[in-house]
Design a binder for this molecule. Structure first.
Ligand SMILES: C[S@@+](CC[C@H](N)C(=O)[O-])C[C@H]1O[C@@H](n2cnc3c(N)ncnc32)[C@H](O)[C@@H]1O
Length: 219
């Protein structure tokens, strides 16, 4: 991963959705996370979430990342002056899954946060993300996933069905993911769901943790 720090405010990208949802996500992060720790953000995008959460979670240090160089400059511009945000790093989860050296992380993380990536990237990013999380979370660390999902037992909101159709029209490899499939990928690397938190606009915040190791029965 390469670091990149820009002080130019005009490279700030802006996401209206990130602005709308950041306060409610932060409220949940405050509830779910311990008082302090080191977080890795995957697919930070504009950097608005990183900046907002770093201000709201005083005890936390935040490591933003993204696969797009344009995003790295924007993240650094949004987070300039925040002493608990590290310079953005280039991280493509698919490349990291193919070549372990590209996924080299500066430390184990107490939390890994990833919002709105799984449906705007090929399905393989899910397995890659889970593998990274399993490799780089501390024993008590949590993986936090935010976004819209398809659930077998919950009717999909019309707005999410329309969003899914729009994504698939833009790129056949994109689309809303079935929550059961995501959790299967998590289980394959030893992660399990701890909490499913309904969020505004038919999104979910998912909290995953390491599954307790199974104890073999003595015969
Ligand atoms: C819709 S944006 C979400 C940004 C931000 N997390 C948010 O919720 O506002 C999707 C982001 O996923 C990133 N992304 C797509 N494929 C990726 C990959 N293979 N590895 C890392 N990031 C990826 C894109 O560069 C983009 O910044």
């Amino acid at each position: 991963m390469n670091s990149h720090r820009s002080s130019q405010p005009n490279v700030r990208l802006h996401s209206p959705a990130a602005e709308r949802n950041q306060a409610q996500i932060l409220a949940e992060l405050r509830r779910v996370l311990p008082r302090k720790g080191l977080a890795l953000e995957i697919a930070s995008g504009t950097g608005q979430h990183a900046a907002h959460f770093a201000v709201g979670l005083h005890g936390w240090h935040w490591q933003p990342t993204d696969a797009e160089p344009q995003a790295l400059a924007s993240i650094d511009a949004w987070c300039g002056g925040l002493t608990n945000v590290r310079p953005a790093l280039h991280l493509d989860v698919l490349a990291a899954a193919r070549d372990a050296s590209q996924g080299n992380m500066p430390a184990p993380f107490d939390a890994i946060y990833c919002a709105n990536m799984l449906h705007i990237s090929p399905w393989d990013t899910c397995a890659a993300l889970m593998r990274l999380a399993a490799q780089h979370l501390t024993a008590s660390g949590v993986l936090l996933l935010y976004g819209p999902y398809l659930e077998d037992t919950v009717p999909t909101a019309p707005s999410n069905l329309a969003f899914d159709a729009d994504l698939r029209a833009r790129d056949a490899a994109w689309g809303l993911r079935r929550l059961a499939d995501v959790l299967q990928q998590a289980q394959a690397v030893g992660l399990q769901i701890r909490e499913r938190v309904p969020m505004p606009a038919n999104n979910l915040l998912l909290v995953l943790e390491r599954a307790a190791p199974s104890v073999e029965k003595a015969t």
